[in-house]
Every structure is written in structure tokens, then in C-alpha cells.
Ligand binder design. Structure first.
Ligand SMILES: *Cc1c(COP(=O)(O)O)cnc(C)c1O
Length: 393
């Protein structure tokens, strides 16, 4: 039989078919339709800052691009100077010394590293604990690597931190993924939680994968802890950091992993087979970012803190009481009275008020009953959002 378009049907691999359904389809479609109709949509759905990268970082990049030495394949492990600057930054921020050759590895964005790590450490059927709700990017690559994912609900009653006593009951756990400051719940971790988790990890041989993309997006001067600040962490933990949120560099794709040298080596080995490092000019810009004056990051925090206070107070004034986020630029809000679930709420916000809010259920079953709204729009727009919600709620 000859191959024709009719009898040759290209299909996705099973591993793609097995991914969880994308729950934002309907909302995305409704959003696009609203925008196509020319409606003035306030998008509180995006987790991407509205600000441009600070100019000194852009200038460093422009200069680096002009230099032909930066046009070649980069070293997989990045420029030694980049790793050293990451080490200095880390020690300055967390008082933790890292070996820049063995305990730090640059990434093409932290998401890239988080996605590649499972291939280096997870065998098929290994059990991995994942919080529910969680940032959706963790699950696919764990699934691709064959992990058996076990959901750990995180609840408001425990400040969206896993209950350590319950964690101790799970058997044969290979790894746990945690993310504080947390997307979507905006929770931060306590020292007690990290200490308890590290103790458990030592007792039971559990790898801790910590995602700290929002380490610098905090409020009221309360700096989030790195898990690596806790004694014994380097035996069991790897932590992921990002330039994206700290320096308004989401599009540049740069982050790093740090911590346990064996975990770093496993990730490095996977990456050598998948990519060829970060464009060197971007690395040079990254060095400039890490050397930034403290004011640069402080301005970012002030911007978000003002927006947070304005938005939370505005919503409170119309009767929607929300726990203010301690960190991140997410507002994780219980759905207002009169709504049955998060999807219904999001749809109504869009239809009646032209506001995009992400339904909590999209982050996991335990996210039901909440919507996530971002602070990545101007104060004027946040005021406008409050005014529209006042009319409609
Ligand atoms: C934005 C985000 C990241 C991704 O950061 P990149 O470094 O841009 O890949 C990782 N984790 C969480 C929870 C995020 O929200």
C-alpha cells in the first residue's frame, strides 16, 4: 500500500497524551474573543512583569553582542565569572558559601533546569511528592521520566505549607518538589518547616527540589529563607533560582541551580546532552545584573508592594477580604460569595467585568475555591479592576 495523506496519520506520543488536560483552554479562548471584540480587558492572569529590564543590564548585553568572542558555543557550565558572581550574590543574600565549580550550575531559565533534573535522578515508578496546588511546569517532566506523582495538599489552615507529620507517613519517596515563596498561593516557608523537612530527608533518603524563583519578590522587609541556609541541606537539596522575576528578565532565559554537588552533576550531565549552554552575551548581561546596585531590586519591591497594598485595600473596601501576599506578585483569593467554583468565577469576571483571573483549579484540585490574580499591571489598572468588581460583585 502506498502512503497517502489519508492513511498516514501522525499522532502525538503516549507521553504527551498522558499529560493532564490544559484547564485554561476555555478562559484563554474567552480572553482572546474579548480582546478581538476590542473590549478593554485587564489581564490579571499573566505571571510576567510589565516592566522592562533595567538599562545597565541591557547596555551590558549590547556591548557583549558586539564582541565576536561571545558568538560561539558557550561552555555548558557557563562562564566561570558568571558562576563566581552567582556565588558572591548567594553568599551576600543568604550567608551561604557555594563552590562555584561543583555547587552552582547556570540554566537557560530555571524552568529548563527543573524540567531536565528528573531525567538525571528519577527512575520509572519512583515516587515523587508534589504539592497541590503547584506551578504546572513541574509535573510534565516528572511524568516523562516515569515518576509516580503523589499529591500533597497544601492548605490555608497550615499557611500553605505541607504538614510534616503527614509527610513522615509516606513510604519510599524518592523526591519532593517545594516552591517558596509559592506560586500560586504566595506563601513563604518557615525555618521550622525547612528544618523538619531536611531532618525527614536525611532519615528517609529523600531528595529535596526547591524552586526559589521569587526569592527577591517579598514584602514588608521579610526576606524569604533559602533552604540551603539550614544545616544539612547540602546533603539532600538542590535549589533553583532565576533572573526572571528579580531583574525583570523573563524573556532572557537565565537562572541557576545550586546545592548538592551530585544533584548538580546529574543535572549537568542531562543538560550536556540536551543543550549547549546560554548565549554568552546573555551571560555577560547576567553578570551585570548580579552586580546591580541594591536599589534596582529595591525599586522592584517598592513597585509591587504599592500595587499589593492598593489592590488588597481596594478589594477589602468592596467587601472581598484577602490575606495579603507575603511574597511573589500573586494574590491568591478565596472566590467571592455567590460563586460555586473557581472556573465559574473566572468566566464571570471576564464576561461581566473584562477581568482575567486564573481559576485556582488549574493549579491542582486543592486550588479549587480560589482564583489567582497578578500584580503585573499598573496601579491605575488595579484601581480600575476594583471599580469594575465593585459594580459587578
Ligand atoms: C516564573 C517561575 C519560574 C520560571 O522561571 P524562569 O527562570 O523564567 O524559567 C519558576 N518557578 C516558578 C514557580 C515561577 O513562577
Amino acid at each position: 500500500m502506498t502512503m497517502t495523506a489519508e492513511n498516514f496519520k501522525i499522532e502525538f506520543a503516549d507521553r504527551l497524551k498522558e499529560l493532564p488536560p490544559y484547564l485554561f483552554v476555555e478562559i484563554d479562548k474567552a480572553k482572546r474573543e474579548a480582546m478581538a471584540q476590542g473590549r478593554d480587558v485587564i489581564n490579571l492572569g499573566v505571571g510576567d512583569p510589565d516592566s522592562a529590564t533595567p538599562p545597565h543590564i541591557v547596555t551590558a548585553m549590547i556591548e557583549a553582542v558586539k564582541d565576536g568572542n561571545n558568538h560561539h558555543y558557550a561552555f555548558d557550565a557557563g562562564l566561570p565569572q558568571l558562576r563566581q558572581e552567582i556565588g558572591k550574590w548567594f553568599e551576600n543574600r543568604f550567608s551561604v558559601k557555594l563552590d562555584s565549580d561543583k555547587e552552582i550550575y547556570p540554566l537557560i531559565g530555571s524552568k529548563e533546569g527543573l524540567a531536565h533534573l528528573p531525567f538525571g535522578i528519577i527512575n520509572p515508578k519512583d515516587k515523587v511528592l508534589l504539592t497541590d496546588p503547584a506551578y504546572p511546569a513541574y509535573r510534565p517532566s516528572l511524568q516523562f521520566a516515569g515518576a509516580k506523582i503523589v499529591s500533597v495538599p497544601i492548605k490555608a489552615s497550615n499557611d500553605f505549607i505541607p504538614d510534616l507529620a503527614k509527610l513522615a507517613e509516606y513510604k519510599d519517596i524518592k523526591a519532593i518538589v517545594i516552591n517558596y515563596p509559592n506560586n500560586p498561593t504566595a506563601a513563604t516557608a518557615t525555618r521550622e518547616f525547612y528544618e523538619g523537612l531536611i531532618k525527614l530527608a536525611h532519615e528517609k533518603g529523600i531528595i529535596i527540589i526547591s524552586d526559589m524563583a521569587y526569592s527577591e519578590v517579598y514584602y514588608d522587609g521579610e526576606k524569604p529563607l533559602s533552604i540551603l541556609e539550614i544545616e544539612g541541606a547540602k546533603d539532600v537539596a538542590i535549589e533553583f533560582h532565576s533572573f526572571s522575576k528579580t531583574y525583570f528578565m523573563t524573556g532572557w532565559r537565565m537562572g541557576w541551580a545550586c546545592g548538592n554537588p551530585t544533584l548538580i552533576a546529574a543535572l549537568a550531565k542531562v543538560k550536556t546532552n540536551f543543550d549547549s549552554g546560554i548565549f554568552q552575551a546573555v551571560q555577560v548581561a547576567g553578570i551585570a545584573a548580579l552586580k546591580s546596585n541594591d536599589d534596582v531590586v529595591e525599586e522592584m519591591r517598592t513597585l509591587y508592594q504599592e500595587r499589593r497594598d492598593l489592590f488588597i485595600n481596594g478589594l477589602r473596601s468592596i467587601g472581598w477580604k484577602i490575606t495579603p501576599p507575603k511574597a511573589t506578585y500573586y494574590v491568591w483569593a478565596k472566590i467571592p460569595k455567590g460563586f460555586n467554583d473557581s472556573m465559574e468565577t473566572s468566566k464571570a469576571f471576564l464576561e461581566k467585568a473584562d477581568i482575567v483571573a486564573t481559576p485556582g483549579v488549574g493549579f491542582g484540585e486543592a486550588g479549587e475555591g480560589y482564583v489567582r490574580m497578578t500584580l503585573t499591571v499598573s496601579k491605575d489598572r488595579l484601581n480600575e479592576a476594583v471599580a469594575r468588581l465593585k459594580k459587578f460583585l
